[in-house]
Design a binder for this molecule. Sequence first.
Ligand code: UD1
Length: 416
Amino acid sequence: MAKLVINGGNRLYGSVEIQGAKNAVLPLFAATVLTDEKVIIKNVPDLVDVHNMAKILNSLGADVVRKGTVTEITARDLKSSEITHVLAKELRSSIFILGPVLGRLRQAKVAYPGGCDIGLRPIDIHLKALREMNVKIIERSGYIYCDASNIISGELMLDYPSVGATENIMLAAVTTKGKTTIMNAAREPEIVDLQNLLNAMGGSIKGAGTSFIEIEGVDKLHGATYTAMSDRIAAGTFAIAVAICGGEVVLKNCKAEHIHALLSKMAKTSCNIKQIDDNIEIAAKCRRDAIEFIETQPYPGFPTDLQAPIMALQTVSNGVSIITENIFESRYKHVCELMKMGANIKIKGRTAIIKGVDRLSGAEVLAQDLRGGAALVLAGLNAIGTTVVSDIYHIDRGYESIENSFKLLGADIRRI
Ligand code: UD1
């Protein structure tokens, strides 16, 4: 299995083009099931998760053609409404297919989703909302059987602003007669992207980006061409890499407002940050002061997906940092790997207390989930000596050849 070998200590200079957003593209791909016409999606990253979503669409009968960063999807005749366990176990986002398949075919059989092992990750909020829309749901032998022949619009109040549940409801409701409202909706930028694509396909949705979304059901959707937003988590990862290594880097094609929670904290630790049009310039000179408190929150709060990368930075910052993970209950698998590299971290429940050391030292470490794996790469870029990161298939789920991006910035990193 592939590994990354990193000789740490190089500063980073140059520019990096930020990839299209995985978390936007997955629901956008799912949305294409809602029409029999061709949907063209631009700025699609070349990632394992995206390929797995394409496989799911293929299994339903959609035609998926990839031309570089452009993907054309035509779901003319859907031959199936089933997502098997084999496909669903590879990808948490397989659950997004439920909403659009119900929207198009009014029935679905979907296996429970897989994905990163970072907590229980139930789907009760998705299913409760669909039940409130009068979808009959039976859960049996690892499968969810749904009958939406009598689906209705309604007022849905989410118990928690789940990103996936908000997207799934939008996808199910866009072609459901009448007005569906989602209260306590998630406000992530990827939800705005989904609204924009669905509206470009003839849908009538407003309010995405706020906690109150209104969906006026339409009879039919049509084809469209749409450019996915850039990946704010990849942008944040590279921003943190500059802070951990030192140097000066331009992040191209990304929006500072999407990672404001991160950049505002980094700005207080003697990193220089400037946004010019769609570029973010980051410069970091000496060792940074620790960020005292970081708490993950739903957007626009500090993203859970950047908790592991920011922890890597705190391990070599000056002082003590306290990180609280509020979103996922087992998202600290990177901690013992960082400790193998000399990090000083104590975990108490959902809280991590990190006392910065001068430098980490290279070690053999194991990526156990996507963002935790990225954090180990960042730690390796800082460490004295050689770091070998194994099980990097986790990292490949979310970063387009991460080693090439860092190599272009001057890091000593290679895949073996
Ligand atoms: C999405 C992102 C993921 C990110 C997460 C939180 C995608 C493809 N993935 O995941 O990268 O880390 O948002 O920002 O967009 N929950 C329930 N019941 C449910 C649904 C969720 O209890 O039915 C809980 C989850 O276990 C978790 C929390 O709510 O503790 C947040 O989950 P959610 O917002 O749904 O995240 P995802 O959509 O899975």
